[in-house]
Ligand binder design. Sequence first.
Ligand code: KG4
Ligand code: ZN
Length: 339
Amino acid sequence: MLILGIETSCDETSIGIVEDGEKILANVILTQTEYHKKFYGVVPEIASRVHSKLINKIFEKALEDAKISYKDLDAIAVVNQPGLVGSLMVGVSFAKSLSLILNKPLISVNHLYAHLYANFFLNPKPQFPYIGLIVSGGHTLLLVAFSLFKYEIIGTTLDDAVGESFDKIAKFLNLGYPGGHIIDKIASDYKKNDYVIFPKALLNDKKNIYNFSYSGLKTAVINFVRKNPDYDIKKIVKGFQISAIDILYEKTISLAKEKKIKNICIAGGVAANSYLRKKFLESKNDFKIFIPEKILCTDNGAIVAGYGYQKAKEKLFDDLKLEVFARPKGGPKEYLKLS
Ligand code: KG4
Ligand code: ZN
């Protein structure tokens, strides 16, 4: 079965084509960094304009890369939540038009399910139940996955998302945008163990045992820089990254121990971080750690097509009334309830 996957929830315009949920035939990703970097953040209006301007070309390129005709597609999968409403609407309208013209089923995909699905391109594949950690620019979620369609959120961030904190610190330190991979590069090029120790928020907070908080860490970094304006940036950046990632590691491993679950899947843009990958993959414990290859960590169409295939197998189709949602009602704990 050939599924087309469309991702336009934020600032990546991407279309992937995947065969039977695992063979990636095409994954065209246009990252809009150039359009947003002078604002140090994604400007929603610009993002939707760029999506609508380029989506057609990206579709054509995806067909060309996959060496197929649009007539060969079996279904059209598209992210309809959560995300920027205007951006989501571009992808969903494009998907509806294709579904109507080609007379092929339309499949809605929750962006967060798609991120987690990136781990199912690995071999061997994760086994259910698994502990999931979604770390991106918009989300920091700790959860238990019981199946491809059933998840329970255990913890979330009380303020900033972890990726957002990387972006904000990079902005504050004038390092550029988006901050994640810039901070990652500076910290990994600096090999010494002499760095600033920042707090690990909520590490021993019994009321928030599985929740996260990143705004305190951001403030700690800002205060430190204000007090020590000439301090070596590398030592600050490395210290920030270690605090930001270690807390993810500590809480994920304690949840896995508490639930006695052996498989752990990490997903989302921050899963591309080299220190995070090292920390989880080289840790000496009995867990089976899954982290997608870097290109599948950040937003892309292949993970949407992959998850779309799983819905297609169950005949979980949508109709042309499909709506978009910035965020599902009920707050973060409800994010994974809608599909
Ligand atoms: O999943 P994603 O592409 O988009 C959202 O759904 O948010 O994640 C983007 C986030 C950004 O905050 C970016 O700075 C962060 O992922 N990111 C990283 C790295 N690469 C991307 N953070 C830390 N280290 C990286 N190597
Ligand atoms: Zn994402």
